[in-house]
Design a protein around this ligand. Structure first.
Ligand SMILES: [Zn+2]
Length: 70
C-alpha cells in the first residue's frame, strides 16, 4: 500500500516585512546611530507587529541582544 501524502488545509499566507528604518538614540555612543525597525507579519486576517530590530551602526549594540538587567 502506498502511503498518501497528508493534505494540510493550511493556507495561511504570511508575509514578514521590515518596517521603515529609523535612527534612534544609542545609549553607548550617545548619538543617533541606532538603526531601528519594526517587524510586521501580514496574514490573511490582518497585519501584526511581531518584533523589532535595532542595531547600532557604530558599536553594533542591540537592545534586544542585551538581556542583562541594568
Ligand atoms: Zn552605539
Amino acid at each position: 500500500m502506498i502511503p498518501q501524502p497528508k493534505s494540510d488545509d493550511v493556507d495561511d499566507d504570511i508575509t514578514v516585512s521590515l518596517g521603515e528604518i529609523r535612527q534612534e538614540w544609542c545609549a553607548r555612543c550617545l548619538k543617533s546611530t541606532l538603526d531601528t525597525a519594526t517587524i510586521y507579519a501580514f496574514a490573511g486576517t490582518g497585519a501584526y507587529v511581531i518584533g523589532a530590530y535595532a542595531v547600532c551602526e557604530e558599536c553594533g549594540w542591540s537592545p534586544y541582544a542585551d538581556k542583562r538587567a541594568g
